[in-house]
Design a protein around this ligand. Structure first.
Ligand code: SF4
Length: 361
């Protein structure tokens, strides 16, 4: 999760933790190919809990789109993830124990029905359409919103999705109801669902953004230990683009002195262009005081000890939204990575916009 600090406004990602009424945890740890689902194959460290949530749909006031966050927690365990920040009220072992809202498809379907929509692409709709196929041509069933799957305190293609298959079920619902979708991820697992994304794109619109902030796979691994590598992400984007899916990158968080350098940003944008990416959004790093900032500083201390003092000064203001101290940033020679990204987008012929642009992808 990210906040654009250069364009900062009140964070809209937060959503309350719902009550856990059913905790499971046991599941098959091996995929069909015999590979472990767990990052590094460590089955003792990683846990999945299932529960019935009261809600899963969150309406975005400005765009009218809806957000679905079927998971809480994320095995990608990015060092900078602001889902770790206390104000999200997530569980402390957010990076290893995830909670799955197992009734998400049912909750989504109830929402869509309430909106008057019909699953026109389903074999049996449970309506009069089952008796008159021709009527399908005439009915008004075009939702005026996009379903954004994930983007909250989870990545919906984190490794656990291989087992849970929740995102696939939600995509199938989008196919059934002919609804446009937007997905943000850091994992090549999205290609498992290429068939559904293509179906959605045939009659509606499927848009995928991958966040890519580091050119080097080695540096990326330090900050995003369990996500797909940068190389794999660009390969994934190229495959999606070849299949006609609209793709973009979120080049963020562009970590000061490491990812916001000219060399790194230039390489990321060039590779994005080569992968057929249509649009981009660049942004800096926010660090909320508490767990999120502590985790990040520990990593800097370990891997970039020479930068620690600068980071401590830059985020020494302990801004509650994690925005760095702007006068300190200027005095340390930092430039706005968002603006820098816009210039690079222009250079590489990509649209400089993010989130949902005009509100409707
Ligand atoms: S992929 Fe996103 S939600 Fe998951 S740990 Fe990384 S930043 Fe957090």
């Amino acid at each position: 999760m990210f906040i654009l600090w250069s364009l900062f406004e009140k964070n809209t990602f937060a959503h309350p933790v719902e009550s856990v009424i059913d905790i499971g945890g046991h599941f098959n740890t091996m995929s069909d190919t015999g590979q472990s689902y767990f990052p590094d194959g460590d089955a003792d460290t990683y846990q999945i809990e299932y529960y019935d949530a009261k809600t899963v749909v969150r309406e975005q006031k400005r765009s009218g789109n809806i957000n679905l966050n079927p998971y809480q927690g994320c095995w990608h365990d990015c060092v900078y993830c602001d889902g770790k920040a206390e104000n999200y009220h997530m569980h402390e072992d957010f990076g290893t124990r995830i909670k799955v809202k197992q009734n998400s498809p049912e909750l989504l379907e109830a929402y869509l029905k309430k909106k008057g929509l019909i699953p026109i692409n389903r074999k049996h709709t449970g309506t009069l359409l089952d008796f008159s196929e021709d009527m399908k041509q005439d009915i008004e069933n075009e939702p005026d919103f996009t379903v954004c799957i994930g983007g909250g305190v989870c990545d919906v293609y984190q490794p656990a999705e291989k087992e849970v298959k929740m995102t696939r079920r939600l995509l199938q619902m989008a196919v059934d109801y002919n609804i446009p979708v937007f997905i943000l991820t850091k994992n090549k697992l999205i290609l498992r669902d290429l068939d559904l994304l293509v179906k959605i794109n045939e009659t509606s619109k499927a848009t995928v953004a991958m966040s890519v902030a580091f050119d080097s796979d080695d540096i990326q691994k330090i900050f995003e230990p369990n996500a797909s590598s940068t190389t794999e992400r660009f390969e994934t984007l190229a495959t999606l683009a070849d299949a006609g899916i609209h793709t973009g990158i979120w080049a963020m968080p562009l970590i000061p002195w490491i990812a916001d350098t000219d060399e790194n940003m230039e390489a990321v944008f060039r590779r994005a262009k080569e992968a057929g990416v249509e649009w981009m959004l660049a942004g800096g790093l926010t660090l909320k005081p508490g767990r999120q900032k502590d985790a990040f500083m520990r990593t800097i201390e370990k891997h970039y000890p020479e930068l620690l003092d600068k980071y401590l000064a830059l985020y020494g203001n302990n801004n509650k939204w994690g925005i760095p101290d702007i006068p300190v940033a200027k005095s340390l020679g930092l430039v706005d990575s968002h603006d820098k990204g816009k210039k690079l987008a222009k250079k590489y012929g990509m649209v400089a916009q993010g989130w949902f642009g005009d509100g409707k992808w």
